[in-house]
Design a protein around this ligand. Structure first.
Ligand SMILES: O=P(O)(O)OC[C@@]1(O)O[C@H](CO)[C@@H](O)[C@@H]1O
Length: 330
């Protein structure tokens, strides 16, 4: 069982344009679709589609269309009652595969609702649950260190914790690594940059040219600070995985991207699916990149099923750990 927490869920509305987006002009969309969204919801969607039980925990009101949509996708969820509707996040999809996202901040989550979510999470994290995934931004009203606090309160349970977040909640987690450490951190290159002051462009372009050393260095520093495994997704350049036993790089196979929305969440889901089968780190990375590529090849917020995923097309190579590690700002 995999349990995901999405404190700031969304309805993801994708509008498809037939010509490139022009700022300041009127576009008539060729199509518009809505899907349930938020990073933890997406991880639960991909895991469920692979036939592994998953529960998505999220705040919401009973009549929110988000829950009808989750039912339509056969997602098992637990809802903590709040009055406000889920935010609507807009994706503008252009013909060349460029996606522009506009994410709303989300409604304020009260201290009481946050406590209910944490209590529910603790209940769900017991028993057969292998992984808890804390994913996405935190809504207004939630302190930046909440993920760090949740890691601490779950630490006594025999469950593994993965965190995928950005900006202040990520920095707060990094600052508190000596007190609470997730088992898995899944930054993308932007988030690695936020943590380290490095440039996301440099991280990705070096990897795309076959040199993932910078990404590995940055991840290795996080491992030295106590994170068991760091899976860093590097967009079209693939991903690196670093743990205390080594480092690996997987290049993305050539593909035509249609929408990168949910690609990182699908990578995380692919990693988890392999990890719970007991796969070695290199195979977990291979599955992560295969799932991420499959998601990027799908339109809008469509997410991959195992039939979309070509694991064998992803080549994984070990990377020597560089002697000099880059500092992590914390
Ligand atoms: O605003 P956040 O919480 O950082 O990200 C939310 C979001 O962009 O993440 C998912 C894709 O990863 C989408 O389903 C959703 O709209």
């Amino acid at each position: 069982m995999i349990v995901t927490l999405t404190a700031n869920p969304s309805i993801d509305r994708t509008v498809t344009l037939t010509s490139p987006l022009e700022r300041g002009s009127v576009h008539r969309a060729a199509a518009a679709v809505s899907d349930p969204g938020g990073k933890g919801v997406n991880v639960a969607r991909v895991v469920t589609a692979a036939g592994v039980p998953a529960i998505a925990l999220l705040p919401g009101s009973a009549d929110d269309p988000l829950f009808t949509s989750l039912n339509d996708h056969n997602i098992d969820y637990r809802r903590v009652d709040v009055a406000s509707p889920a935010r609507i996040n807009l994706t503008i999809s252009e013909p060349d595969g460029t996606t522009t996202k506009i994410n709303e901040p989300g409604a304020v989550l009260s201290t009481e609702s946050r406590r209910h979510l944490a209590d529910r999470l603790r209940q769900l994290a017991g028993g057969q649950t292998a992984w808890v995934v804390l994913a996405g931004s935190l809504p207004p009203g939630v302190p930046d260190n909440w993920y760090a606090e949740l890691c601490r309160t779950l630490a006594h349970l025999p469950v593994r914790i993965a965190v995928d977040t950005s900006e202040e909640p990520l920095l707060a987690l990094a600052r508190g690594l000596s007190m609470s450490t997730p088992n898995l951190l899944k930054p993308n290159s932007e988030e690695l940059a936020q943590l380290t002051g490095a440039s996301a462009k440099d991280i990705e372009s070096a990897a795309a040219q076959g040199d993932p050393t910078l990404a590995v260095q940055l991840c290795r520093t996080l491992v030295e600070q106590g994170v068991e495994t760091v899976l860093a997704t590097l967009g079209a350049a693939g991903a690196v995985l670093v743990d205390s036993t080594g480092a690996w790089y997987a290049q993305s196979p050539p593909m035509i991207p249609r929408s990168t929305v949910g690609a990182g969440d699908s990578s995380l889901a692919g990693y988890l699916l392999a990890q719970i089968e007991g796969a070695a780190p290199a195979q977990c990375l291979q599955r992560a990149v295969a799932y991420g590529c499959a998601a990027a090849a799908l339109p809008g917020t469509a997410l991959p099923t195992p039939a979309d995923v070509d694991i064998a097309s992803v080549v994984v190579t070990p990377v020597a750990i560089p002697a000099q590690h880059a500092p992590v700002i914390a």
